[in-house]
Design a protein around this ligand. Structure first.
Ligand code: G6P
Length: 608
C-alpha cells in the first residue's frame, strides 16, 4: 500500500531513495517518483513503470534532501499525473501512504483559495494545505502540524520545501513509518528493508507522531505535540534476507525458506521439554485460564491459517473457536463475550481491516487479545496484550508463502498450550507433538523435493481458465489457500470447495477443461473424499490429487496422483500447502506473469 522513503545527508540522496523504493516495491508498483531540493528549487521525476524505469529517468537528478514513493493506486488511475511526490506551487513536495477521507471537501476549500489541482489523488490536498500554512510564514514543521489538524483519515507522510534544505518533516497516523538514524544523515521509510544499505539503527514512530529531521538530529512530537524521546532499536534484519540471491523470484526463495522459517518460529519451543503459555507473553497463563472461546480475525492468506486453527482448537483443546474475515467482522453487529480470546493473525501487522477489527473487538469489551504476526513493533503487535512473533523473516513476494506456514506452526502451538492448560494433553501426547514439531522442518524439506514433478504438472494448467480445489476438514482451508495462490499469481480463476459441497452446485462446472485439484491426506475423511473424486471422474473432469504416502491412490486415465513423502497427522495442512504453492508458482512461470508483483495487488493493504 505505497512505500515511502526520505533522506537528508551530505551526499547525493537519490541513489539511496531509489534503492529504498526498489526494496519497498512489494508495497505497490503502479508508479514511482522522487523529488529533491536543489539550489532552492524542487526537482521531481516520476514514472508509471517500475522503479527500474525511475532509475533510468533520474540519472541526472541529484540532491542532499529528498523524498520518494512507490504507489498502489487508490484515488486516481496509475498515471504520471497521479504519481507521487505531489507538489504545491513548486514549493512543497509530499509523499503519502494511506487515505485522506475528507479530501473532497478539502479540495473544494483549496480550489476556492486558488489552488489548482493537477492530479485525481487524495494526497494532493496535503501538499496544498501545507503550502497554505507555509505561505503565512510558518516553519515547515508548523505548517505540517496545522495541516494534520485538518486531515481525517490515515497517513504516513514525508514533506519537503524548496526553500528549506535543512528539514524533512514526517508524520504517521494509521500507516507505518520509521526513522533511520545514521551518522550525520537521517532517513524515513515505510519499513526497515528500505534502509538496510544505509543504517540498521531505527526508531519506530508511534501513532500520531510527527518528526522534524535534520542532518545532525531530529525532534519527535507525540500525538499531544509534546517533545518525546523514542528508543533507537538496532534492526536484526540482514541485507541478504531482502536480496534474491540464487533464486529467480522472491516467491520461489520464500517457498524454499520454509524449513528454516518454521524452525526459527518453533525454536524456543523445540529446545524445551514442555510447552508453557509464557511463549505468548507474561500474562498468557492468566488470560488463557479465563477464556471460554477463541475468535480469530484476519484477512487473505492469514485468514486461511485461522480456519485451519479452528479445526485444531476445537478438536484438540476443546475450546469453541470461530474465524471471521476482519473486514466483515468490523462492520457487523456481533455478540461480544469478554471471556473470548481475540486472536489476530497477520504477516505485516499493518493490514487496515485486521487492525480495525481488533480495535472494534476491544471497543466491545473484549480485551483478551493475542496477535500472531511476522513484524515486531507492528501496530497489531503493539495493540495486543499477548503476542507471538512468527520468525519467517521478511516476505517480499506479494503472494504469501512462508508467512502462512509459520502462522500455522504458531497456531498449533497455541492449540497445544490451550489443550494442556485444560488438561486435554497428557505428558506423552505433549512429547509426541513436540517430537512432530521438531521433525516438521525436515518434513517440509522432503516435500520440496517434489518440485520437478510439480513443474511438469503445471504445464497442464497453463492454458486453462478455471480450476477447482477440493479438500475436507483441516484441508479445506488448504484447498482455499491453493486456489488463492493460483488466482493471485497466474490469474487463473480458481475456486475452493469443501469436497462434500461438490454435488451441491460446482459439479455442474466440471468437464475436461476444468482441472480439479484435490488435497487428499490420509485422515478419517479420506474414503469420503475418494467418493467425491469419483463424482468428478465420472463427469470427464481431469483430477490432480495430492495424496499421502499410504493412501493407495493411483494415477489412471484422468487422475494424476502426486504422492506426498509422509503423513504428518495434525500438521498435515502445513505439508500439503507446499505443493500447492509450487503448483501456482510454476503455472505462473508458464504464463509469464510477474510472479512477485501480480497485477493490481499489494503486499500490505493499509487501506480499507
Ligand atoms: C494482502 C496480501 C496477502 C495477505 C493479506 C493479509 O492481500 O497480498 O498475501 O494474505 O494482504 O495480509 P497480512 O499482512 O495481514 O497477513
Amino acid at each position: 500500500m505505497c512505500g515511502i522513503v526520505g533522506a537528508i545527508a551530505q551526499r547525493n540522496v537519490v541513489p539511496i531513495l531509489l534503492e529504498g523504493l526498489r526494496r519497498l516495491e512489494y508495497r505497490g508498483y503502479d508508479s514511482a517518483g522522487v523529488a529533491v531540493v536543489k539550489d532552492g528549487k524542487l526537482e521531481r521525476v516520476r514514472s508509471t513503470g517500475r522503479v527500474a524505469e525511475l532509475f533510468e529517468k533520474s540519472v541526472d537528478t541529484q540532491g542532499l534532501l529528498g523524498i520518494a514513493h512507490t504507489r498502489w493506486a487508490t484515488h486516481g488511475v496509475p498515471s504520471i499525473r497521479n504519481a507521487h511526490p505531489h507538489l504545491s506551487r513548486e514549493q512543497i513536495a509530499v509523499v503519502h501512504n494511506g487515505i485522506i477521507e475528507n479530501y473532497e471537501e478539502l479540495r473544494v476549500q483549496l480550489t476556492a483559495q486558488g489552488y489548482e489541482f493537477t492530479s485525481d489523488t487524495d494526497t494532493e490536498v496535503i501538499a496544498h494545505l501545507v503550502h497554505s500554512h507555509y505561505a503565512l510564514g510558518n516553519t515547515l514543521l508548523d505548517a505540517v502540524l496545522a495541516t494534520l489538524g485538518e486531515l481525517v483519515g490515515a497517513y504516513a507522510i514525508g514533506v519537503i520545501a524548496a526553500d528549506d534544505p535543512d528539514h524533512l518533516i514526517c508524520a504517521r497516523k494509521g500507516s507505518p513509518l520509521l526513522l533511520g538514524v545514521g551518522v550525520q544523515e537521517h532517513f524515513i521509510a515505510s519499513d526497515m528493508s528500505a534502509l538496510l544499505p544505509v543504517t540498521q539503527r531505527v526508531i519506530y514512530l508511534e501513532e500520531g507522531d510527527v518528526a522534524e529531521i535534520g542532518l545532525m538530529g531530529y525532534r519527535i512530537f507525540d500525538s499531544n505535540r509534546n517533545l518525546v524521546e523514542r528508543a533507537i532499536h538496532t534492526s536484526e534484519l540482514s541485507n541478504e534476507s531482502v536480496e534474491l540471491g540464487e533464486y529467480r523470484h522472491f516467491m520461489q526463495k520464500e517457498i524454499y525458506e520454509q524449513p528454516q522459517a518454521v524452525a526459527n518460529t518453533l525454536e524456543a519451543v523445540c529446545n524445551s521439554q514442555s510447552l508453557i503459555p509464557g511463549i505468548f507473553g507474561a500474562e498468557a497463563a492468566a488470560i488463557f485460564a479465563d477464556i471460554e472461546s477463541v475468535l480469530i480475525l484476519a484477512c487473505g492468506t492469514s485468514s486461511h491459517a485461522g480456519m485451519v486453527a479452528r479445526y485444531w482448537i476445537e478438536e484438540i483443546a476443546g475450546v469453541p473457536c470461530s474465524v471471521e474475515i476482519a473486514s466483515e467482522y468490523r462492520y457487523r453487529v456481533s455478540v461480544p463475550n469478554p471471556k473470548t480470546l481475540v486472536v489476530t493473525i497477520s504477516q505485516s501487522g499493518e493490514t487496515a481491516d485486521t487492525l480495525a477489527a481488533l480495535n472494534y473487538a476491544k471497543s466491545t469489551g473484549m480485551d483478551k487479545t493475542l496477535s500472531i504476526c511476522n513484524v515486531p513493533e507492528s501496530a497489531l503487535i503493539r495493540n495486543s496484550k499477548l503476542r507471538f512473533l512468527t520468525r519467517a523473516g521478511p516476505e517480499i513476494g506479494v503472494a504469501s508463502t512462508k508467512a502462512f506456514t509459520t502462522q500455522l506452526a504458531a497456531l498449533f502451538l497455541l492449540t497445544l498450550v490451550l489443550a494442556k492448560q485444560r488438561g486435554r494433553l497428557d505428558h506423552a501426547a505433549e512429547q509426541r507433538h513436540l517430537h512432530e514439531l521438531r521433525h516438521l522442518p525436515s518434513a517440509i524439506q522432503a516435500v520440496l523435493r517434489l518440485e520437478p514433478a510439480i513443474a511438469k504438472l503445471a504445464e497442464r494448467f497453463a492454458d486453462k481458465h478455471n480450476a477447482l480445489f477440493l479438500g475436507r476438514g483441516l484441508h479445506y482451508p488448504i484447498a482455499m489457500e491453493g486456489a488463492l495462490k493460483l488466482k493471485e499469481i497466474s490469474y487463473i480463476h480458481a475456486e475452493a470447495y469443501a469436497a462434500g459441497e461438490l454435488k451441491h452446485g460446482p459439479l455442474a462446472l466440471v468437464d475436461k477443461d476444468m482441472p480439479v485439484v484435490a488435497v487428499a491426506p490420509n485422515d478419517a475423511l479420506l474414503e469420503k473424499l475418494k467418493s467425491n473424486l469419483q463424482e468428478v471422474k465420472a463427469r470427464g473432469g481431469e483430477l490432480y490429487v495430492f495424496a499421502d504416502a499410504e493412501t493407495r491412490f493411483e494415477s489412471t486415465e484422468g487422475i494424476h496422483v502426486m504422492q506426498m513423502p509422509e503423513h504428518a497427522g495434525y500438521l498435515s495442512p502445513i505439508l500439503h500447502t507446499i505443493p500447492l504453492q509450487l503448483l501456482s508458482y510454476y503455472v505462473a512461470l508458464q504464463k509469464g506473469t510477474d510472479v512477485d508483483k501480480p497485477r493490481n495487488l499489494a503486499k500490505s493493504v493499509t487501506v480499507e
